[in-house]
Design a protein around this ligand. Sequence first.
Ligand code: PLP
Length: 234
Amino acid sequence: MNNIPQQLQQIHQQIKQACHAVGREQSAVKLLAVSKTKPVEDILIAHAAGQVAFGENYVQEGVEKIQYCQQHDVSLEWHFIGPLQSNKTRLVAEYFDWMQTLERAKIADRLNEQRSPYKAPLNVLIQINISQESSKSGIQPSDMLPLAKHIENLPHLRLRGLMAIPEPTNDVAQQEQTFCQMKTLFEQLQQALPNAQIDTLSMGMTDDMQSAIKCGSTMVRIGTAIFGTRDYAK
Ligand SMILES: *Cc1c(COP(=O)(O)O)cnc(C)c1O
């Protein structure tokens, strides 16, 4: 059973509706298909249906899929969206196009050193711990500008904006409050770095996509609604 193409179409429809409800163009919100734990066959099906950008959380799993696609001449855009340990930075620098979970200057330095100067710079997003949970990854909002200014001086990285994974809640008002805080931070970042290409606010997943779009998300990261529920036991 496979309905990835229909589910993709449905998501595009939902993005369109959420955009139009607040007067935004559908093209202002990019769809990242989160393929973690899913086989490369699912990625190829989604690609055949027009999807180009994919997100992976685990370095080794992501690199295997990227290598497979490269060997089969399937050119996709790959985003790393999981927590990254410093001993795994080289693979991310070598294989991925985007790194969305940057939270430490030391990791930024390593990625910059390890990114080939012959490749386009690695696009990076700073991950913000917007729900202020001590257990979650991301930096505190007050640490955003110092890290951003540090990244701005690294030639093989290109800072593109912010990313957040808020604490899950079904309370739509709470979702919107958190996402709007992200939007405010994003505008602060744009103002502080007027010469940088700060154009990406990555927020919104299967269960809170509408609120994220309402509050200005430019990239939603959708897994379950495209590929179905994940089985971590495999
Ligand atoms: C798994 C994951 C997603 C996708 O979540 P769904 O609820 O399945 O849409 C998005 N972003 C990150 C960082 C993830 O780890």
